[in-house]
Design a protein around this ligand. Structure first.
Ligand code: HEM
Length: 336
């Protein structure tokens, strides 16, 4: 932990909250949206099955025994304001498991029964090394591209700036997402796995139907594609972990290094077939949208690790307080 970190992270969270207030002026009801990932595609019920016969080193925390946890999933776009889905931006998946035993990390919510996993595709965090660099991009992104470039030029080391720009150009600015189901999502920053450190990722299983690319990409085509898919079949995704090996190839503090250790599938996320357009589904989606997802809704065995994660602890708390989120739910179905 760096000296003065708590104060720096409070300042970052307050900056994000200030942006939320600014952006709220452009929303229909004037209410603040999430600090990031404001646009929901859908919120759905799911099952998270811990696979049987996991090796001993993969049996910790929620994965200690083979069982099924009921869950809810929120699919989102990454920006803090709402754009048509054709916009190039990160995409997110947030999973909340229910009935996970053990004391939870957040003060005042030690008895919660939830464990969250958040992951993104085409993310900014996998280009930056740390939360300082992340915030420089977040601040600069509030301006027009020209001013953004100037601000970054004056606030960042040129080599680092060029390195990050190259990755962002490739991974975010030119990303072509045709289906939320076909994306590969990465936790990007590590978490504990009992005595170990791991990174996790989520991807649809091999036999998942490929996207039928749409002739017209409407502003909400990612939701429409999911709806079409889920009307016909379950969506099944593998949840994989990669173990820490050493500080050079799998660093904890530098999120720009892609861990190359062998992935191990430890769980399967199943979103059962459903009609996203019926009234019950729409109501559930609204309830899921009103929740707070955070990597810090976690047991000690899955404690988030590294500076990005420590900063997220404060930022998610502040952002969700601003949105007046409901108390952590105690189970499903979600209360009205
Ligand atoms: C490891 C990299 C990261 C990943 C994978 C990630 C993923 C996500 C996802 C999936 C969501 C949407 C959650 C939902 O559906 O409710 C989200 C929201 C959010 N993220 Fe991140 N994020 C990352 C890094 C960061 C960082 C570095 C910050 C700021 C320091 C941050 C701040 C936020 C905030 C404020 C929200 C909205 C929280 C709320 O109002 O409930 N994230 N993030």
């Amino acid at each position: 932990m760096l000296e003065g970190e708590p104060a720096i992270f409070e300042k970052f969270a307050a900056e994000i909250a200030a942006f939320q207030h600014q952006d709220a002026k452009t929303t229909k009801d004037g209410k603040p949206l999430r600090g990031f990932h404001a646009k929901i595609h859908t919120g759905v019920m799911a099952e998270f099955e811990i696979l049987p016969d996991l090796p001993a080193h993969a049996r910790y925390g929620a994965f200690a025994e083979s069982r099924m946890f009921p869950a809810v999933v929120r699919f989102s776009n990454g920006e803090s304001t709402i754009h048509p889905d054709t916009n190039h931006e990160p995409r997110g998946i947030a999973i909340k498991l229910f009935g996970v035993p053990g004391r939870k990390l957040l003060q005042g919510r030690e008895d919660a029964v939830t464990q969250d996993f958040l992951a993104t595709s085409h993310s900014v965090t996998s280009a930056v090394r740390n939360v300082n660099q992340f915030m420089k991009f977040v601040r600069a992104h509030r301006y027009s591209p020209k001013i953004m470039a100037l601000r970054l030029f004056f606030t960042m080391n040129t080599f680092e700036l060029l390195r990050i720009r190259k990755i962002l150009n490739r991974d975010v600015l030119q990303s072509d997402v045709s289906s939320m189901a076909m994306e590969e999502y990465f936790g990007t920053a590590p978490i504990r796995f009992g005595p170990y450190a791991v990174k996790f990722s989520i991807k649809a299983v091999g036999e998942t139907a490929k996207t039928i690319d749409r002739l017209v990409r409407t502003k909400d085509f990612l939701r429409e594609e999911l709806a079409e898919r889920l009307r016909k079949e379950d969506l099944v995704m593998d949840f994989k972990i990669q173990f820490y090996a050493d500080d050079t190839s799998t660093p904890i503090e530098d999120t720009s290094v892609l861990w190359q250790t062998e992935p191990l599938t430890v769980a399967r996320l199943r979103i059962p077939r459903v009609d996203l357009d019926d009234e019950l589904s729409r109501k559930l989606s609204r309830k899921v949208d009103a929740l707070s997802f955070s990597p810090w809704h976690a047991v000690e065995d899955h404690r988030p690790l590294g500076n990005i994660m420590r900063a997220r602890r404060v930022a998610y708390e502040m952002s969700s307080r601003l949105r007046n989120v409901r108390p952590e739910p105690t189970g499903v179905p979600l209360p009205d």
